[in-house]
Design a binder for this molecule. Sequence first.
Ligand code: TXD
Length: 309
Amino acid sequence: MAKKKITIIGAGHVGATTAQLLAYKKLAHIHLVDVVEGLPQGKALDLMESAPLEDFDSQVTGSNKYEDTADSDIVIMTAGLARKPGMTREDLRDKNASIVKSCCAEVAKYSPNCFMIVVTNPLDTMTWIAKEASGLDKHRILGMAGVLDSTRFRFFIANELGVSNEDVHATVLGLHGEDMVPMPRFSSVAGIPITELLPKEKIDELVDRTRKGGGEIVTLLKTGSAFYAPAASIVNMVESIVLEKNRIIPAAAYLEGEYGIDGLFMGVPVKLNWSGIADIIELPLTDEESEALKKSAEAVKKSMSQLKI
Ligand code: TXD
């Protein structure tokens, strides 16, 4: 099978770590793009120079030009700004929205049939901007957050019970932020729901830590946000697409009536393969879970309606 071409926009922490994992897993040829001159070129060359040791034959290239992204099979959007002192969350959202908008318009010129994975925060709103700017069909664009949030939840559960991460599955729905909706009823260890294995207070504690998982890392790092687990989450999605795995993965998909929600991106379980989103899985929710999801959707709607770009 000929290697696919994956373009990563933004050669920062998440973009470059994703490139490294994709190259080491021999999944595709990779092209990095950034506004900073020399940054994508330097990171690409550094990564290529590890090829003899890591034994991969994918090409990793970097540039500041969208012409070089032509005919990409998958585009991963990580471009954005970090919050600076004095900048509100809203300022950052508006700045990132104009970056994502202009990058996606360029991407669509050269790869109109690509599959796009959006990573830039605020995730659910940026994925909507990316869809509008690129004109991609709703089956060909997703936001990455659910895999990351559920992976954090999995790790906390495995750690608490002292069992292998491999045996733990977890589901997190809703937006990427503190209004996300972790789902203990659909989270299990070797098929046993965690509600059978842990007391409610402990589950509430793990749910709360999952909701605040991104912030916990930011507080520790002080100068940036998480990138190892986010990059691994992106690669997990890419594997399901490139290797036609049909995995069921939580991701921000465009909803048109599913879960009673319409016209926005939010985290739900999707079936992913080479055609893109093959299906959106609708879980049977209790009234309380449904309410939490609606609250999440309201927060996304509010963020979308307040955008100034
Ligand atoms: O779960 C999730 N979705 C997330 C999202 C998990 C982790 C990080 N999350 C968000 O991803 C984070 O809040 C940011 O919005 C993005 C990227 O995070 P990263 O940690 O990689 O940020 P960096 O290291 O600052 O990298 C951003 C790069 C940097 O090199 C800039 O020069 C570049 O983006 N950038 C651009 N590239 C191309 N074009 C334009 N216009 C541009 N502007 C900035």
